[in-house]
Design a protein around this ligand. Structure first.
Ligand SMILES: Cc1cc2nc3c(=O)[nH]c(=O)nc-3n(C[C@H](O)[C@H](O)[C@H](O)COP(=O)(O)OP(=O)(O)OC[C@H]3O[C@@H](n4cnc5c(N)ncnc54)[C@H](O)[C@@H]3O)c2cc1C
Length: 307
């Protein structure tokens, strides 16, 4: 079967020549061959196998809240669990969720069941799959802290269970393979009082509202902090780059590590600000910033100043 006929064999959604700008929090991104939302895990396995057997380029995307996609045509298929793989349960302090469940729902349900651990992640956008891949964290908590196990689908369509000992997690880093799909995960939390949970949640949500430019489209922090006592945003601020604009994109005045889209920003505008920040900070402070956001469809020279 030719891949262009994929819609004939599945019940899920296949959006051909879909603009990725519709599926990223930046609102930026060109056309892909197809944006595919499988009906269930069995269909997902079938699609992954088929695309890989055809040696076609494949990316997994959650809700695109940590993603910069180029504007040019991208010769790849996208599979997302978003709005599709949403099975969820809580039993005996153990949460089980499929990767399309929004992190916000998991946090809300944990709080409702008086389970502590995830409340500091309130307000982090995205799906569970994206949160695990990125080891999402906020105000001292990381999603990996409470992990019991993860199911992934391998390149050749096999479901494999991984345990924390099998995966390396670090600050905004996980060792999941980029060709394996995160299917579901289990977390074990502990009971706490309403007051304890609510006070941690309040600290996190107040902090987020006061420190982040939440009115504008962004993908959160663009760069990783070079280390725990040196914020990338501080370096960008010290370099005098806050408020710098390229086309419709701007380095936020509110939080220098957030690059915002005023509505008409192109991928090249954000890439331009990335190169400028890297070059300026390297020349002023001798630090080459590492991207936290993930990118699709760029050459190295579009994102590095000296490439
Ligand atoms: C306003 C704002 C605030 C933010 N604040 C924070 C914060 O406080 N802390 C924080 O950690 N992040 C923050 N982020 C970044 C972002 O929300 C997180 O990284 C989030 O976990 C990404 O989830 P996603 O579903 O949108 O993933 P995507 O952006 O779609 O993807 C991210 C990565 O995960 C991979 N991926 C996604 N789903 C799967 C899957 N099922 N299987 C395999 N790989 C997959 C993608 O290939 C990509 O490499 C913020 C973003 C915004 C816009």
């Amino acid at each position: 079967m030719h891949l262009s006929e994929i819609h004939n064999i599945i019940k899920g959604t296949v959006l051909k020549n879909e603009l990725m700008s519709k599926h990223t929090s930046y609102g930026i991104g060109g056309k892909v061959l197809a944006y595919i939302r499988p009906y269930d895990r069995y269909e997902l396995i079938k699609i992954i196998k088929l695309i890989n057997e055809n040696n076609s380029k494949l990316y997994f995307v959650g809700s695109g809240s940590n993603l910069l996609v180029n504007d040019k045509k991208i010769n790849a298929y996208i599979i997302t669990p978003s709005k599709a793989l949403k099975s969820f349960s809580i039993e005996n302090n153990v949460i089980m969720a499929e990767s399309g469940v929004m992190l916000g729902k998991i946090v809300k349900e944990a709080i409702k069941h008086n389970l502590t651990g995830l409340e500091s992640l309130v307000g982090v956008p995205g799906t569970l799959g994206g949160a695990l891949m990125m080891n999402a964290g906020a105000w001292g908590a990381e999603i990996s802290n409470y992990l019991v196990s993860v199911e992934v689908i391998t390149y050749n369509g096999r479901i494999k269970t991984l345990y924390p000992k099998d995966i390396e997690f670090n600050y905004r880093y996980s060792s999941f393979k980029s060709n394996e799909f995160i299917l579901s995960a289990k977390f074990k939390l502990t009971k706490a009082t309403d007051e304890e949970i609510k006070s941690k949640k309040l600290i996190a949500s107040k902090g987020r509202i006061s420190s982040q430019p939440l009115k504008f489209r962004s993908a959160g922090s663009v760069f990783k902090n070079p280390h725990s006592r040196l914020a990338a945003g501080l370096l960008i601020d010290k370099a005098g780059l806050k408020g710098t604009k390229r086309g419709g994109a701007e380095i936020s005045e509110h939080h220098a590590n957030f690059f915002i889209n005023h509505g008409n920003a192109k991928a090249a505008d954000i890439a331009n600000l990335i190169r400028l920040s890297r070059k300026t900070i390297y020349e002023k402070f001798g630090v080459m910033l590492e991207l936290e956001i993930k990118t699709i469809g760029f050459n190295k020279s579009e994102l590095y100043p000296y490439a």
